[in-house]
Design a protein around this ligand. Structure first.
Ligand SMILES: [Cu+2]
Length: 474
């Protein structure tokens, strides 16, 4: 079969080669019919070129006339005016040469089109011309870039705003696929957060004493469940577990471990696990889990237990340090409010992938990147009500959108922004709930079920360091 296919391919190649040869031979027999461009063809092309460029510029002018002022309403923030000016100046400065160059291009296309009487001029080089068309654009573009950088520095200079204007502090937290707005609470500061704190009752990973207790209890609970799973797996696979070593807490050197100082970072699976000897090898093995042999399930559980253990230690470490509690911060979803004519300092964070906070009416866009904080400050100048009048659109709303394709429900990642006077804003903010109250409500146990609370907060936490108690199956 393979041979047949090979033979067919070879024959096909030979056939194509032969056909090409016949074609070449036959061409020599035909009279020479090389295409000749006539003066009429050339005139036609030149005139079509002129029709094209007139049509092109007419279309652009029509678009500007029709939609030029309808893409976005007037900028609703202080710096938005500057951004729009920068845009206009840039468009004029690059637009004029664009029009001149294209008009000339098509004009010369017509003027110097092919005519029998025309004779080409030989013109090799001119230093003067080279200098002019290098220096002039260099100066113009430098001016444009310096202007742009000045506007950008102005827009992103948050230090002066923080120092002088006592801004409203808001964090916009992005995750697939929604936004949460967090307002600085009574202490006027956005409290601390850490991704390791993220769980079902704390989507933003905020740090408060209660959240730390809750998270540690959760980790303990997860570890207990994993220990049980490990015991079961060890029993199923008939693995003999070394009696004296601590399998899942490699950082507890010295305390109970026999092989203090051994390297734990290189888990080279050892099929000849010293499990046969029934006790730990005494330090000459680099793999602390050699007893697990090649068992992938056991190693996976042990890895997960270690990860939880690391996370627990890390949380305990920052819990001991001084932190700004986020308990008083207000968490808002769906819609958030801003007072008009007051500086707002935004902080952006993301949980999973890069998102981008886009508030087009305020001419704001800033990436929200996992693992770092980004900032943007602006002062809204037109209330939602005023903008509804200006646009003659009674349903007009400002929006916060996600402007990075961040996943399949990206399109739905938005929040309404309401800009209003200070009094209305103050009333609204009074109604918002703090993170502490929201978390307490989430964690409140159902009245009848008291056992859950008991397992949530165990009295002691020795479970993570204890070795599995299972005996070998045989
Ligand atoms: Cu997004």
């Amino acid at each position: 079969m393979d041979f047949l296919i090979l033979a067919i391919i070879i024959l096909a190649v030979v056939a194509i080669f032969q056909l090409l040869k016949i074609y070449e031979l036959s061409r020599e027999l035909r009279p020479d019919e090389a295409p000749v461009i006539t003066e009429a063809d050339s005139r036609m092309n030149a005139r079509l070129g002129i029709v094209f460029i007139i049509g092109f510029f007419t279309f652009i002018l029509w678009c500007i006339y029709k939609w030029g002022d309808k893409l976005l309403p007037e900028p609703a923030s202080k710096h938005g005016v500057e951004i729009d000016q920068l845009w206009d100046v840039t468009m004029v400065i690059i637009g004029i040469p664009f029009i001149i160059c294209n008009v000339l291009l098509f004009f010369f296309l017509n003027k110097y089109r092919y005519k029998k009487t025309n004779k080409a001029d030989f013109f090799a080089h001119s230093n003067k011309l080279e200098a002019i068309w290098t220096v002039v654009p260099a100066i113009v573009l430098s001016a444009l870039i310096i202007y742009g950088l000045r506007v950008w520095n102005d827009v992103t200079d948050h230090t002066s705003i923080s120092a002088n204007e006592n801004p409203v502090n808001i964090e916009l937290y992005a995750r697939q696929f929604d936004w949460t707005a967090r307002y600085a609470g009574a202490d006027k500061k956005l409290g601390d957060a850490n991704f390791q704190m993220i769980n079902g009752s704390n989507a933003l990973g905020l740090i408060t004493p209660e959240a730390i207790t809750d998270r540690l209890a959760e980790i303990t609970k997860d570890s207990v469940a994993l220990r049980a799973k490990l015991d079961e797996q060890v029993r199923l696979e008939g693995i003999i577990f070394p009696k004296k070593s601590k399998p899942v807490d490699p950082h507890a050197h010295g305390a109970a471990s026999h092989d203090a100082g051994a390297e734990h970072h290189t888990p080279a699976p050892n099929p000849e696990a010293h499990a046969k000897e029934g006790e730990h090898g005494g330090g000459h093995h680099e793999d602390p889990y050699a007893w697990a042999g090649n068992s992938k399930p056991v190693r996976a559980i042990v890895d997960e237990l270690e990860r939880l253990s690391r996370m627990k230690r890390s949380i305990e470490t920052f819990a001991k340090k001084r932190f700004t509690s986020s308990g008083d911060d207000l968490l808002v979803k769906g819609e958030f409010h801003l007072p008009v004519n007051k500086a707002v300092l935004f902080q952006f964070r993301a949980q999973d992938v890069i998102h981008s906070a886009y508030m087009p009416h305020f001419r704001v866009q800033m990436n929200a990147v996992p693992g770092m904080k980004t900032n943007f400050a602006f002062t809204p100048t037109i209330t939602t009500a005023q903008m509804r009048e200006k646009t003659k659109n009674p349903t007009f709303d400002y929006y916060l959108l996600c402007n990075k394709i961040c996943g399949n429900a990206h399109y739905n990642m938005k929040m309404v922004i309401v800009v209003e006077d200070q009094a209305s804003y103050d009333n609204w903010i009074k109604e918002q709930k703090t993170f502490a109250t929201q978390m307490a409500a989430l964690l409140a146990p159902p009245a009848a079920d008291s056992t859950i609370t008991q397992t949530l907060v165990p009295a002691t936490d020795t479970t993570m360091a204890k070795a599995p108690t299972a005996k070998p199956a045989k």
